[in-house]
Design a protein around this ligand. Sequence first.
Ligand code: ZN
Length: 532
Amino acid sequence: MAREQLSLYDTTLRDGAQTHGVDFSLEDKLLIAEQLDGLGIDYVEAGYPGANPTDTKLFGEKRKLGTKLTAFGMTKRPGRSISNDPGFQALLAAEADAICLVGKTWDFHVDVALGITLDENLAGIKESVAAVVASGREALLDCEHFFDGYKANPDYALSCAKAGYEAGARWVVLCDTNGGTLPEEIEAIVTEVVKQVPGDHLGIHVHNDTDNGVANSLAAVRAGARQIQGTLNGLGERCGNANLTSIIPTLMLKTDYAERYETKVTPQKLATLTHASRILDELLNRAPNRHAAYVGESAFAHKGGIHVSAVQKDPRTYEHVPPDSVGNVRRLLISDQGGRSNIMAQLERIGIAVPKDDPRVARLLEVVKEREAVGYAYEAAEASFELLARRLLGNVPQFFDVDSFRVMVERRHNALGELVTISEATVKARINGETVMSVGEGNGPVNALDNALRKDLGPYQCFIDDLKLVDYKVRILTGGTDAVTRVLVESRDGEGRRWFTVGVSPNIVDASFEALLDSINYKLIRDGAPAP
Ligand SMILES: [Zn+2]
C-alpha cells in the first residue's frame, strides 16, 4: 500500500527563538538550518524579516539549502493596503521560498486585540494570502488560536481557514497557540475541519502547555492533517512547542505510523537526530536533557544487574527501539560498548576510517572520557575532536610551538578623557627552529591574543590569512570543587566553510587560547599545509 506523504515544518529558529534566554546569532541560525536540511525537514522557518536585524540579514540573500526556507510574518495590518504596509513589504522582499502568515481566527481576539469586525479580518486574510501567491512564493496560513476559536465560534474559525485555502495557501495550519487543548479535542476538531479544507493542505502547530504537544500533533495526523510543525528539542516559549525530536522517530519507528505515512527523513538521516539535538543544546549553551525521549543520554541507559544481562541477551527486553536508529547509543554500566560505538560514529562522520577493534580506538575513548570529565564537549566542536583523533590515530605535524604568551588589560582615560579598556598580547612562538615574537592589540584579551598569534606564522601565514573568528561562546561549568570555563570558538574561511573548536581551563584566557590554537591547527591540516 502506498504511504501518504507527511510534510515536516520546523520553527526552531522562529517560534523556538521566543524561548526565554534564547538568542540566536545569524551564524547559529545558518548552522541549525543546515542541520535541519540535512535531516530532511521540508520547511525551515528561519525568522521574521523586518522585525530584527538578524532575520532581515538572513533573508537578505539567497541561501543554498534543499529545504524550503520560510519567512514568517503577520497578515496585513487592518485599515491599510498591502502596498502601504511596511511590515508586509519587508516580508515580500525576503529571499524566501515560502512565506507563512499568521492570521487571527478566534472572534474574541479579532474583537479585543485587533478591534475590527470579523469580516474585515476575513478580508485581510484573503488579501494577504493572495498577495504572497501573486509574488510567486508558496503561502502558508497560520491560524492563530484556531482551537480556542473553534470552541468559541466554530463557523468563524472555519471560515478563516477556508478563506486562506481558497486564496491559495498551500498549507492552512491549525494552531493551538495557548497550548491547552487535549488530544481528543484536537482529533475531533481536525476531523471536522478536514470536511472543509482537504487534509493534504492542513497543518498542525501546537504548544506543549499540557505536556501533550507530541500527542496532539499525532492526533491531528490521525484525523487527517498532513503537515506537522514543531521544533528541535521542543524548544519554544513557556512549556515549548511540539517536539520534532520525538515526533520524527515516532512516525518512522512505530508501526501504525510507519506503515501509513512517510516523510523525507530517511533511516540514514534519522540516525543523525541525536547529533542535531545535541548541537542545538551546545549552541544554546545548555546542558542536554539526559532524559529526553529517543535522544537523551539516559534514553538507552541500563543500570542494575538483571536489566543489563537481559539487554545483553536481547536488547528488545528493555528497549522499545534500537538506539542506533536515532543515532543514540546504549549505555551499560558494566561495559564501554556504548562509548566505543559513539566514537566510531563520530570518526565515520569526519571521514576517518579505522577498524573497530583497533586498540587506538579504546585509547581515544579513554582520552575523550577523561577530557569530558573535566569539561570538554565534542558534539559541536568537531574540529577539536578531529585533531584529537588524528593525533592519537596518526600523526599530526607539529607546525609550530607556542613557548609563552602574555596578555595585558589596561583600563585608563585616553587623550580625549574617555574611559577605555584596551588589551595587548605578546606571543612567543617557535616555527622551524626560529623564535617569532608577535604583539597584537584588541578590544579584549582574546581578540588581542588572536591578533598576536596570527600576525606572523611564517610559512603558514598564507594558510590562515582567510581564517576568521566568527563566534565565541563561554560557559562556566560548576561541576567539581572549582568552576572551570569552556570556550567554544567558531571559525570560518574565505570559502565560507565553518568549524568549531573547544578549550577548557579554570582561566578563561587559557581556555580561549586553546580553542584558537585548535582552530589554526585544524585549518593547516585540512588545507594540507606541509609539515615543518
Ligand atoms: Zn507557536
